[in-house]
Design a protein around this ligand. Structure first.
Ligand SMILES: [Ca+2]
Ligand SMILES: [Ca+2]
Ligand SMILES: [Ca+2]
Length: 259
């Protein structure tokens, strides 16, 4: 068993270097891109969504607008249908149901707005029509049944940011095969979390996570915590996904030997 022992030691050493965060809640597991010893660790991968549709066009501080949902999405065990509306708020969150414009972020789940929300960077942000011009894109990459729906904040400003330091971050929703029993996997990708050094950088005044249709349950990655960095990702996946033996990397298969 010498080979097995070496592999196990190597795994323990890799695990020992991890400084990452794994969170659970609402039927999801959340894991960030620094948890490299875990087979579900995401890799930062920014997708250019600039050929998609913009939710807004002109300056708005606290706004909410809609674009159609491109494919069925199961979110906290509820399916939201293709061609229904997805709402985007200028304050760093998307929602399948809410037309709120709430900007004061709280810990989640909070029992209130924003309901049914994907909070990639819930903070008091502003869509500005200056240079660089803000955008909040909805864009679909790939072909069915392997599409990725990208919801991207590009050059969005904090309420008190100087005009030359916006931030960019995006949500990626991965299509599921029809009849899949699992919630769609959702990832957050952070390209630029420097928002002018005015107390809104790196998530220090933001909520990062998701909550369900009545905000009775949810999963929180961070709340008012200086933890996000550029080129960083978080993956939220259904906790009922198949066991480790069929997870998608060779490391997962090696780990399966010990389960
Ligand atoms: Ca705002
Ligand atoms: Ca910036
Ligand atoms: Ca805040």
């Amino acid at each position: 068993m010498r080979t097995t022992s070496i592999i196990l030691l190597a795994l323990l050493l890799v695990a020992g270097t991890a400084i990452a965060r794994i969170v659970t809640g609402g039927g999801y597991v959340g894991i960030d891109s620094t948890e490299t010893s875990d087979p579900w660790c995401p890799t930062y991968n920014w997708i250019d969504a600039s050929s998609g549709d913009d939710f807004f066009s002109a300056y708005v501080d606290d706004g909410n607008a809609t674009q159609p949902i491109p494919f069925d999405v199961m979110f906290f065990d509820v399916t939201y249908d293709e061609d229904d509306d997805m709402h985007a708020c200028t304050n760093g969150w998307f929602s399948f149901t809410s037309s709120s414009t709430i900007y004061t972020n709280t810990s989640i789940p909070n029992g209130g707005e924003p309901y049914t929300s994907i909070c990639v960077y819930w903070d008091d942000l502003v869509y500005r029509d200056i240079t660089p011009h803000s955008h909040i894109y909805s864009y679909v990459e790939g072909t069915s049944p392997d599409r990725i729906w990208v919801l991207s904040y590009v050059d969005i400003y904090a309420i008190s940011s100087p005009s030359d330091d916006p931030g960019s971050f995006q949500v990626q929703i991965f299509e599921e095969p029809s009849e899949s029993p699992y919630n769609n996997t959702i990832e957050f990708h952070y390209q630029d979390v420097s928002l002018g050094g005015t107390g809104h950088d790196h998530g220090e005044s933001a909520t990062v996570g998701m909550q369900n249709e009545n905000s009775s349950d949810g999963i929180e990655y961070s709340y008012n915590e200086d933890i996000l960095t550029d080129d960083f990702a978080i993956r939220f996946y259904d906790e009922d996904r198949p066991p480790v033996s069929v997870q998608p990397t060779s490391l997962g298969n090696i780990k399966a030997m010990f389960h």
